[in-house]
Design a protein around this ligand. Structure first.
Ligand code: UDP
Ligand code: MG
Length: 310
């Protein structure tokens, strides 16, 4: 078994692959320990398949998984996790936006005893103001909704210990938000700062639509608070309509005609009641969803004092 496995998801990356392979190989060889490079070809339509096959022929450290169809970045990395056999697993993009030269620093932290060493972006070169701003707003919302477990300014570039990879491998959920799943697993985590570069060549495969899907997956997979929304709105409607009813009764006593206000208030109250009922159903759905996700109840880092250590 190699010490390090590097997972590299590739979708239509023919322009960058040879350079990526050269840079990663250079770094891994300088580290002087055994390693494997697990390339996952996520159903590419360009020459990626042939380039990867050629790399595999010429380099005994290369493993290649070809998908029959495009499954998406998170699925490609998940497959890489299943096929990787190293003690430490590194996830890195194929386009050299995550500099491979940071890997030795991550490995040093791992050897110090950290189980997850995630890359934290100190700057994002070549990314639009909009992407920077939307990412910052998104992470604030995510932290509010899902609790404070998600580090900011991190992507999927990270090194994880085998035992953390095992926890994530055993989380069967289909909507995969890997950075969140690694954060959820716990263990000793620490950041390594790096400068995110521009893409070496080619163009992003994360258009706004895919980006929004990933963002939604992050929130929906890690928070059931959105299901509380109807309950809160319904309660607010009932409160407002309750006050309005009181006001209308007082008006009626004083001889002022309420007219259509009675109907408006009644509609508001009925809507509130319907929303509250929806919110209650939502609470049950949240429970079902929690169970359907099939996540482990707890994650044990270590046990001591048992006869047979688990
Ligand atoms: N990728 C993939 N499947 C996809 C889209 C992207 O495996 O459907 C890979 C891609 O080859 C790259 C990584 O995921 O290695 C990140 O994608 P990209 O660079 O296009 O995203 P960005 O960095 O622009 O967010
Ligand atoms: Mg990229």
């Amino acid at each position: 078994m190699p010490v390090y496995s590097v997972i590299i998801p590739c979708y239509n990356e023919q322009e960058v692959l040879n350079e990526t392979h050269k840079r990663i190989t250079n770094v891994m060889q300088n580290m002087g320990e055994s390693y494997e490079l697990v390339y996952v070809n996520d159903g590419s339509k360009d020459d990626t398949e042939n380039i990867l096959n050629a790399l595999q022929k010429s380099d005994k450290n290369v493993r290649v998984v070809h998908f029959a169809r495009n499954g998406g970045h998170q699925i490609a990395v998940s497959a890489g996790l299943d096929y990787a056999s190293g003690d430490a697993i590194i996830i890195i993009d194929a386009d050299l936006q995550d500099p491979p030269e940071v890997i030795p620093e991550m490995a040093a932290k791992w050897k110090e005893g950290y189980d997850v060493v995630y890359g934290k972006r100190s700057s994002r070169k070549g990314e639009s103001r909009f992407k920077e701003w939307s990412a910052s707003v998104y992470y604030k919302v995510l932290q509010k909704l899902a609790g404070d477990i998600f580090p900011r300014d991190t992507g999927d570039f990270r090194l994880v210990d085998k035992k953390v990879a095992d926890v994530v491998r055993n989380m069967p959920e289909h909507a995969r938000y890997l950075r969140g799943m690694f954060a959820w697993a716990g263990f000793k985590q620490c950041p390594v700062l790096f400068e995110r570069h521009e893409r070496f060549a080619g163009e992003t495969h994360y258009p706004l639509k895919k980006m929004l899907k990933l963002a939604a997956d992050g929130i929906i997979s890690f928070s059931d608070k959105p299901l509380m929304l109807p309950l809160l709105i319904g309660a607010a409607f009932c409160l407002i309509s309750g006050i309005a009813f009181l006001a209308l009764i007082i008006c009626a006593i004083c001889g002022i005609q309420g007219g259509l206000w009675w109907i408006a208030t009644l509609i508001l109250m009925l809507t509130g009641i319907v929303l509250i009922c929806l919110g209650i159903v939502g609470r049950y759905i949240a429970r079902i969803y929690e169970d359907v996700k099939g996540r482990p109840l707890y994650v044990v880092a270590e046990t001591r004092g048992f006869k047979e250590e688990k």
